[in-house]
Design a binder for this molecule. Structure first.
Ligand SMILES: Cc1cc2nc3c(=O)[nH]c(=O)nc-3n(C[C@H](O)[C@H](O)[C@H](O)COP(=O)(O)O)c2cc1C
Length: 309
């Protein structure tokens, strides 16, 4: 077992680098072993109760240091996912987490009943209470600790396996939401989903996105996400998975030193699939350089030597 392998929130991660939801195509051609052996797990694209076409209009906009997206949870629905996609994803020996998104409690219960019927084939649930690109559901749960706890408890009624709750940076009190998820039975929290932003098309004089707002990710958000990881890691005992702008081994190491047990990588994959290998190998080298046998020894290193809380 490598010094950087560990079980994080119930998921056995040979590499503490997870492919973030919505950023890796399902197509077979993507699953070349030299790429995927550097991924500890993959989170599926968001899955909803029914097939969903996603948002009309522009969906992606590049910014100088990040990407705005308004995909809007386009997906084929839970039945198709379980019938077709799950087997496709499982073939490659990489643990699969299902990113579950819902409009309301009934949807969530329906999906979890379906998933519970296939429990042996699912490595974990990533409860998405944080997508900012829908008019109903999703982020409206995640901004509120009480609603986040309700959703987490609801999943727990049908599922006793690994349950990661993906937080939104738009919550007024993110540590409070993380604590609510923990109390309600989450195995880990993912900090964080995208940040609300917008773009204006100055040629037409209108907002670029039909819903006006969109989710920002990529390097621009890294320092913001790092600060959230620090705050959340200080608020809960369950593992924190750092997510937002990670594009190098050094970024991943910073997340771990701030208190994360693993990282998710999304936007960086849009410019370089090799980033998984680079982060994996860079973390192995860092563990050697620091002379540690486990990344846990590096976790919270920065916090323990910090002069202020
Ligand atoms: C095109 C795109 C699609 C995304 N789709 C989802 C999604 O379906 N569910 C989800 O929880 N997050 C989704 N995300 C958010 C990412 O999983 C990740 O949380 C976010 O992009 C921050 O990480 P990054 O800066 O490494 O990209 C998406 C992000 C992008 C860029």
């Amino acid at each position: 077992m490598s010094s950087i392998s560990s079980v994080v929130g119930g998921v056995d991660l040979k590499v503490p680098v997870v492919i973030a939801s919505g950023t890796w195509p399902y197509e077979e051609g993507m699953w070349q072993e030299d790429l995927t052996r550097h991924a500890g797990a993959i989170c599926s694209k968001a899955i909803t109760r029914r097939p969903w076409p996603g948002n009309p209009g522009a969906r992606v906009w590049e910014t100088p240091s990040g990407i705005l997206n308004s995909i809007g949870l386009q997906n084929e629905g839970i039945d198709h996912f379980l019938d077709v996609r799950l087997n496709q994803l499982r073939k490659h020996g990489v643990p699969v987490l299902l990113n579950v998104s819902m409009e309301n409690a009934e949807d969530l219960d329906y999906m979890m009943a379906c998933i519970a019927g296939r429990a042996d084939e699912v490595d974990g649930i990533e409860l998405n209470v944080s997508c900012p690109n829908t008019d109903r559901g999703c982020m409206s749960w995640g901004v509120d600790p009480t609603l986040t706890a309700q959703a987490t408890e609801q999943v727990r009624r049908r599922w006793d396996g690994p349950l990661w709750v993906k937080l939104t940076p738009q919550a007024p009190d993110i540590p409070a939401v993380a604590r609510a998820a923990e109390s309600a039975g989450a195995s880990a929290v993912v900090a964080v989903n995208t940040w609300l932003g917008m773009a204006i098309d100055t040629k037409r004089g209108v907002p670029v996105f039909n819903r006006r707002v969109a989710g920002l990710s990529g390097p621009a958000v890294f320092p913001l996400a790092l600060r959230v990881v620090w705050d959340v890691a200080g608020a809960v005992k369950i593992p924190v998975i750092g997510c937002g702008g990670v594009r190098s081994a050094d970024d991943a190491l910073a997340m771990i030193m701030a208190g994360a047990s693993a990282v998710e990588v999304g936007a960086a994959l849009f410019s370089d699939f090799g980033v998984l290998k680079e982060i994996h190998e860079g973390l192995e080298a860092a563990a050697q350089r620091w002379g540690v046998t486990s990344l846990a020894d590096l976790r919270a290193k920065a916090r323990n030597t910090s002069v202020s809380a």
